[in-house]
Design a protein around this ligand. Sequence first.
Ligand SMILES: [Zn+2]
Length: 158
Amino acid sequence: MAKTTTTQRVPIQYLVIHCTDTPEGRHITSDDIRRWHLKERGWKQVGYTDMIHLDGTVERLVENNDDAYVDGWEVTNGVRGYNRHSRHVVYVGGKARNGIAYKDTRTPEQIKALTKICKEFAEIAPNAKIVGHRDLNKAKDCPCFDVKAFVKEIGIKQ
Ligand SMILES: [Zn+2]
């Protein structure tokens, strides 16, 4: 887990939900994400703090102290222009089995894990918003489901 040297500490404003943009049912590893983001795209850090696997296991990709601030060493590269005050979480999936059509492919286990993450985040940072990548960048389909509706459904007021 690489740390950056920046000393920023800003109040967190967004928890942004993403998908890996990979076919339904396909297992993806954190090494895949590191390869895509660090090697192929040349980013200094991966795009997400946490990764939700198909079986609902949550893997932490970048260190985080889970408070209501974004420290420099916690910054990930999920959405340009929003990273310094956001945390990003990704679920594995987002495409239909043919790999072409966008689809909400969340497994029941992933929904359960995401629910827990969102509820904990809302407790820690009640003034921050939980949004989908596409809510911040209209050119994107990620994460392929209506995050605002989901958040409401699980009982978080924002
Ligand atoms: Zn995304």
